[in-house]
Write a protein of this length. Structure first.
Ligand code: AMP
Length: 361
């Protein structure tokens, strides 16, 4: 067992649970800082697996695999929030330092826990109510009003696991259509814009916040971010206050993504938090001196946080499905930086890469 000695010295190993594009970009950043990355991932051929120094192919709940990971590294992070809480607990019990910690994971894995935590820590959200049965779904709809958005409490992402309910009478049917699992019913946010803030907290409690990004979704999937967003100082202050409360409330270590709704009256509501690097933070790769991936590695490794101010305007465009086939067109644009994830199969809507179009400040 290799106990993490913090700050972690270059040459040490860092484990990453998950082998997707976020893990890939974390692994690349970690390698640049001199670390060896060990990826634990279910698929033999994955975006992060192909950039890691070591790859363990297994289910996240596989104890032999977790033991192998623990024998290789004393410090583990994750690239998505649906890693089993039990796996993180197992690693912690076996002397491995896991960051962000189990509380951040538990809060982010359940939309009801998440919104309850946010409201308790002075980070406002839309009104919401939980339901575990069709009857409770009806009661929740009656309390929240229509239209409302019904979401599964767990496992949803990119707009999956959610349904709009237009009429109170449809509550039970929507509940069944989502699989009869515990849900939360959310009031419809009549936002004027979707924004996000990427923030980091180090092991010493120091925090750093990137400028806000303005985000555009299509069919529940992020299509485009513009950063730094054109926002007033008051809005920035509000977002920074929210980030500070969330980070402190979770005793957080690492980078966090906080999705925000900008309301017509100038208030910011939190939509959700992601205890990891975030798609709306990809602009930092080409718009900041230290991007979100290096920042996350610095934070979990116990290094000082890096600067977060913008050094350029960036338009980040996700390349979905076959859009990544246009790499040659993007490569010919001098203002465009290309980031491809090395995924073999371009399924429709699948995130294959992104480009950052960069303009001087
Ligand atoms: P989520 O999976 O919670 O991130 O939601 C995906 C997208 O659905 C968000 O980026 C919003 O565009 C939209 N959305 C989520 N929750 C609400 C809400 N309560 N009211 C209006 N739109 C929402």
């Amino acid at each position: 067992m290799s106990q993490a000695n913090l700050p972690l010295a270059p040459g040490s190993a860092i484990g990453i649970l998950g082998g997707g594009q976020l893990g890939r970009m974390l692994a690349l950043a970690a390698a640049r800082l001199g670390f060896d990355v060990v990826v634990l991932e279910r698929q033999a051929d994955s975006p992060a697996g192909r950039t890691a120094a070591r790859l363990i192919v297994a289910d996240y709940a596989d104890e032999a695999a977790l033991a192998e990971l623990a024998s290789l590294t004393g410090l583990v992070t994750y690239e998505f929030e649906n890693v089993p809480a039990a796996s993180v607990a197992w690693l912690a019990e076996h002397g491995v330092e896991v960051a962000p910690g189990p509380r951040a994971l538990a809060v982010a894995q359940d939309r009801f826990e998440e919104k309850s935590f946010l409201n308790a820590h002075g980070a406002p959200t839309v009104a919401f109510a939980p339901a575990r049965t069709p009857q409770e779904a009806q009661q929740a709809l009656a309390a929240i009003g229509v239209p409302a958005l019904m979401k599964t409490r767990r496992e949803g992402y990119d707009g999956k696991g959610q349904r709009w309910v237009e009429h109170a009478a449809d509550a039970a049917a929507a509940f069944e259509a989502l699989g009869g699992v515990p849900v939360i019913v959310e009031a419809a946010a009549e936002f004027v814009r979707e924004l996000s803030v990427i923030a980091a907290r180090g092991r010493d409690g120091a925090t750093a916040v990137y400028p806000l990004a303005e985000n555009h979704h299509e069919g529940g999937v992020l299509r485009r971010s513009i950063a730094p967003a054109r926002v007033s100082q008051a809005l920035t202050d509000q977002a920074e206050r929210i980030a500070a409360r969330v980070l402190a409330g979770l005793d957080y270590v690492g980078v966090i993504g906080i999705e925000l709704f900008e309301m017509a009256d100038g208030r910011l509501l939190v939509n959700e938090i992601a205890p990891r690097v975030h798609n709306t933070g990809h602009w930092t790769q080409d718009g900041c001196e230290v991007d979100q991936f290096e920042q996350h590695i610095r934070a979990v490794a116990g290094w000082p946080l890096g600067p977060t101010h913008a050094i350029a305007h960036v338009e980040m465009l996700n390349l979905l499905g076959e859009e990544a086939d246009a790499w040659a067109k993007y490569a010919a644009e001098p203002e465009t930086r290309i980031h491809l994830y090395g995924k073999r199969l371009a399924k429709p809507g699948r995130k294959m890469g992104h480009v950052n179009r960069v303009r001087p400040l």
